[in-house]
Design a protein around this ligand. Structure first.
Ligand code: AP5
Length: 216
């Protein structure tokens, strides 16, 4: 299965991609996580990406496409993958199509997780993330067992710098301008499925599995 997750910031892409990755045993590939890791490691990519990521703007297409091209060459992606937060522009979507053509493959499904933007500020304002393993929590809907500590690896949970109200507004505007047109792009390829993102986490996961087809 080669799957893309689209959706507004805070729609639940990362939460759902992680669950699906465990269920289908294919990697979750999050450009956001990869960029944050590059920033933490102080690599050249991380240094170039920092001002974009922290202010809520998109990192230039050529940098992100290079990152994805390299990641998809990893043998663990041969059986399939879940792209979480990529592509985000038409340029990236075309670049991805080109990469897949070269390997004789194509996307099976693009899942658009739909959510009322009114809910986003609460979701993102109360999000806590583990910088070590990438696990994502919420102060009400997905609380860690011990406050501030990751259940999975014991890392110290943090707030993301781009989850400040003004930066959330900017990310939403950028989504509407740059990423929302991908809905039509993938609809034309007949691979788009829309899933309501406002149920509880398990219900959204069930809806996604149904949208992927029988046996998923
Ligand atoms: P990225 O990390 O991809 O951020 P995003 O797309 O803004 O999405 P989020 O991670 O904020 O939200 P999510 O949909 O994954 O929600 P989550 O599951 O965490 O990108 C960050 C930045 O990196 C970008 O702004 C850009 O600068 C750069 N970047 C990344 N990719 C790029 C690309 N392709 N091109 C250019 N630049 C790129 O859930 C949110 C919260 O809600 C959590 O607390 C969670 O526990 C909770 N929650 C989830 N589901 C539910 C539910 N059903 N009910 C209740 N609570 C829920």
């Amino acid at each position: 299965m080669r799957v893309v997750f689209l959706g507004l910031p805070g729609a639940g892409k990362g939460t759902q991609a992680r669950l699906l990755s465990e269920a289908l045993e294919i990697p979750q590939i999050s450009t956001g996580d990869m960029l944050r890791q590059a920033m933490a490691d102080g690599t050249s990519l991380g240094k170039q990406a920092r001002e974009y990521v922290e202010s809520g703007r998109l990192v230039p297409d050529d940098l992100v496409l290079g990152l994805i091209a390299e990641r998809l060459r990893n043998p663990d992606a041969a059986r399939g993958f879940i792209l979480d937060g990529f592509p985000r522009t038409e340029e990236q979507a075309k670049g991805l199509d080109g990469l897949l053509v070269k390997t004789g493959t194509r996307l099976d499904r693009v899942i658009l997780i739909e959510l009322d933007p009114v809910v986003l500020a609460d979701r993102l304002g109360k999000r806590r993330s583990c910088p070590v393993c990438g696990a994502v929590y919420h102060l009400e809907s997905r609380r860690p067992e011990h406050t501030g500590v990751c259940d999975e690896c014991g890392g110290q949970l943090v707030e993301r710098p781009d989850d400040q109200p003004e930066r959330i507004r900017r990310r939403v505007e950028i989504f509407k301008a740059e990423t929302a047109p991908l809905e039509a792009y993938y609809d034309r390829q007949h691979i788009l499925a829309r899933v309501a993102g406002d149920g509880d986490i398990a219900d959204v996961q069930s809806a996604i599995r149904s949208a992927l087809g029988p046996g998923k």
